[in-house]
Design a protein around this ligand. Structure first.
Ligand code: MG
Length: 347
């Protein structure tokens, strides 16, 4: 078992290992005393893990309710958010009580926002059940729901008080979802850790999973500690993501986030090398790492098409955009360029 300590506006532990979720009841008792707990989860995760998690609360005689919503990105909406808030009110939850987000990125984002809003803030624990959520969305405190105009447009920064990454939960994760998470792991390797990258490129995953997750969480922790509110260094985490958002949007979200990030990392690496922004040619190694981890290496859209989608991205306010350039494997830099320049680069 490994513990990564985060020191953002709130200090909290991310505990990574086998059966860490069994600690839930005890941790809540220790931290908050005799509180009520609301587990928030989607229908898929509820059927896989709901009863077990509830069991850990019952063992400690903690009163609990479960709020279940339909799985999928569509539920990351103001409607489901307010259903959850009404559910908390109907069941007489108070601000001393605890919300437990049990699921992937959608569940974590939705629950994190509800925890910030309900009675101006209640306690929050994240139990990510996907690799993607473990290495990325459950740590760092970004929460949001989608609006009609785009993804993640209504949200706040709200750090959890504990994150439990239970690697056993990954055993029930379909392989394409696992690959999705590996795209983010490869990203961490490229932006901050060559040896992590090598491990992943060699496909030596299962044996090293605990270390890999802990390493990704530590990299994210270091960046979030320095730039919690995403005004500078945190942008490094967006390596491959500007184009990925375009790819997701253009595919009508048929292409998963991880696959889109894979394509985005590769395209930006090729552009960076061609234009002399990189010290080393990174794309060949990135291709090897993507192939080893069942991720795509070709994009169905033209670069020029991606530009027009990026132009509409919320990150491009002010006519400029930050792109993340791999100087070499293990080190990236942030380049702030005019949109016109990005257009040229993509052409
Ligand atoms: Mg991502």
């Amino acid at each position: 078992m490994e513990t990564v300590k985060v020191n953002a506006s709130k200090a909290y532990d991310v505990i990574i290992g086998q059966k860490t979720v069994a600690l839930l009841g005890k941790k809540i008792k220790d931290f908050f005393g005799d509180v009520k707990v609301c587990i928030v989860t989607d229908d898929t995760v509820a059927s896989l893990h709901g009863e077990k998690v509830q069991g850990y609360l019952n063992e400690e005689n903690l009163k609990n309710k479960t709020f279940v919503f339909p799985h999928g990105e569509k539920s990351k909406s103001p409607e489901v958010l307010f259903e959850l808030l009404e559910f908390l009110a109907e069941n007489r939850f108070s601000r001393k009580d605890v919300l437990v987000a049990l699921g992937g990125g959608v569940t974590g984002d939705l629950t994190g926002l509800a925890a910030a809003m309900y009675m101006r803030g209640m306690h929050l624990i994240q139990i990510p059940t996907t690799l993607l959520a473990m290495v990325d969305s459950s740590v760092g405190g970004k929460t949001a729901v989608n609006l009609k105009a785009g993804k993640n447009l209504a949200g706040v920064f709200n750090q959890p008080e504990l994150v439990l990454c239970d690697l056993q939960m990954l055993l029930t994760l379909p392989s394409e979802y696992f690959a999705d998470g590996m795209a983010e792991v490869i990203k961490y390797g490229v932006i901050a850790d060559k040896s992590l990258f090598e491990t992943v490129k060699d496909g030596d995953i299962a044996r090293n999973l605990e270390k890999i997750v802990a390493r990704c969480v530590s990299i994210k922790r270091d960046i979030v500690n320095e730039d919690e509110f995403d005004t500078g260094k945190r942008q490094l985490l967006n390596f491959g993501h500007t184009l990925a958002h375009s790819i997701e949007k253009m595919s009508n979200f048929e292409i998963s986030h991880g696959s889109a990030v894979a394509m985005g990392m590769l395209i930006i690496s090729e552009i960076a090398w061609k234009n002399g922004f990189s010290d080393e040619r990174c794309q060949d190694e990135i291709i090897d790492a993507l192939l080893e981890n069942n991720l795509p290496i070709t994009c169905p859209f033209k670069n020029s098409e991606l530009y027009y989608a990026a132009e509409n991205d919320k990150k491009s306010a002010s006519g400029r955009i930050s792109i993340i350039i791999p100087e070499k494997i293990g080190h990236c830099k942030i380049m702030n360029i005019a949109l016109a320049e990005l257009k040229e680069l993509l052409e």
